[in-house]
Design a binder for this molecule. Structure first.
Ligand SMILES: [Fe+2]
Length: 240
């Protein structure tokens, strides 16, 4: 009796120890970067409809670059982030929550989620027959924060040119002030890990895939011509 009782106790202890150390291992193997929130509906990212034809921003942005950028690069970010959300059981209910917890996400989820959001934003702040200087409230805000539109353009261009490698230049609203900065890769100012924080008003994609076919290594020419397609009406909406 004594022997069988000891066996029972030993085997119970072993089970308890295995249960304790086994659980995190199982969780880690299936969901190394799983994020949890109270929402149960899984977030799905999607592409906005391009608000103009592929050739609409010619000659500033060529049709082939627009088509490849939208149908290949942007579409791939959508596919990849949604795969990551499913595989990792990411259950944030909104893009806002997703980015506010970006530092806890896997590189695949974070980079591709940023890629989707940033491009959706980028398409919408450009338009054919646009550019020039803004008017109204957005002009006042720019003048208030940067002295003049020319100074603002200069500072924004410096941010776009100064981003080494791939990334984005941004104009954001932070409290009462507008700020200019840049982020690496597909990071954006909504991410908790971003040095630049605020409400995005304007963005410029400075990845080579955004300009290489037409401009090759001349990022400066791409940036200079991009001002001709900035949709200030959309930027102003984001200020409100
Ligand atoms: Fe891009």
């Amino acid at each position: 009796m004594k022997t069988s009782r000891r066996n029972f106790i030993e085997s119970s202890l072993k089970s308890a120890v295995l249960a304790t150390i086994g659980t995190p291992l199982i969780m880690k193997s299936t969901s190394a970067y799983a994020s949890h929130s109270i929402n149960t509906a899984a977030l799905q990212f999607s592409q906005v409809k391009l608000p103009y034809a592929y050739n609409a921003l010619e000659p500033n942005i060529d049709a082939m670059t627009m088509e490849i950028h939208y149908t290949k690069h942007h579409a791939a970010y959508v596919k990849n982030v949604n795969e990551a959300i499913a595989a990792e059981n990411i259950s944030f209910g909104s893009e806002k929550d997703f980015f506010a917890n970006a530092s806890k996400l896997s590189p695949k989820a974070k980079n591709n989620g940023g890629g989707v959001w940033n491009h959706n934003f980028f398409w919408e702040v450009m338009a054919p027959s646009a550019g020039g200087a803004p008017t109204g409230k957005i002009a006042d805000a720019i003048n208030g924060s940067f002295t003049s539109f020319d100074k603002f353009k200069e500072q924004f261009t410096t941010a776009a040119m100064g981003r080494f490698g791939s990334g984005w230049a941004w104009l954001v609203k932070d409290g009462d002030k507008l700020k200019i900065g840049s982020t690496p890769n597909q990071d954006n100012p909504l991410m908790d890990n971003s040095d630049l924080k605020g409400t995005p008003l304007l963005a410029l994609d400075v990845w080579e895939h955004a300009y290489y076919l037409k401009y090759q290594n001349k990022r400066n020419e791409y940036v200079a011509n991009w001002w001709n397609v900035v949709n200030w009406n959309e930027v102003a909406k984001r200020l409100a």
